[in-house]
Design a protein around this ligand. Sequence first.
Ligand code: COA
Length: 159
Amino acid sequence: MSQESYGFREASEPDLPRLHRLEELCFGEEAYPLTYLAILMKLPGAFLVATHCGDVVAYVSAILRRRRVGHIVSICVDPAHRRRGLARELMLLAEERLARMGAAVYRLEVRTSNTAAIRLYASLGYRPVLFLPRYYPGGEPAVVMAKSSRVTLIEPAAE
Ligand SMILES: CC(C)(COP(=O)(O)OP(=O)(O)OC[C@H]1O[C@@H](n2cnc3c(N)ncnc32)[C@H](O)[C@@H]1OP(=O)(O)O)[C@@H](O)C(=O)NCCC(=O)NCCS
């Protein structure tokens, strides 16, 4: 991570318009609608954001499914703040949070053409486990990538 000062925190409802603008900036017409982001926001801790000078410049959304599966729903970084380690840091923070909730595995879907994201996930230890043809609108396939949670959930015994 560069020396520029970034902060990390959970998002809350007032962040929704900025999260949606970021989505549009990163995904264009395929951005999640504000209504979907608002539904996710109701789940505690579903969004973690990176801030710079008080502005939200990146976010990750991650939720626990079926008690054991940590699902990375979306991650995006403002183009002006890319390649500074923000996505990597947000992914690690999201994994830590999901592990505390009981995740045994983390999973995500990514476009087969999204080299930047695939490299990011691979560098964090995610491996391709499934190919989903025509997963995205427009027909592009997705690759499902997954990684085991290695965080120990056993608290040390009290003295
Ligand atoms: C993919 C994305 C989240 C990466 O964010 P970022 O903050 O720039 O990523 P980081 O700086 O944490 O990069 C970590 C590693 O990921 C890989 N990586 C990130 N961007 C890359 C790029 N454009 N090309 C190749 N590798 C890349 C590199 O291995 C990088 O490590 P390095 O900088 O030491 O080489 C960002 O490009 C983005 O928001 N893209 C649009 C939205 C998107 O595609 N989200 C994923 C949907 S599944």
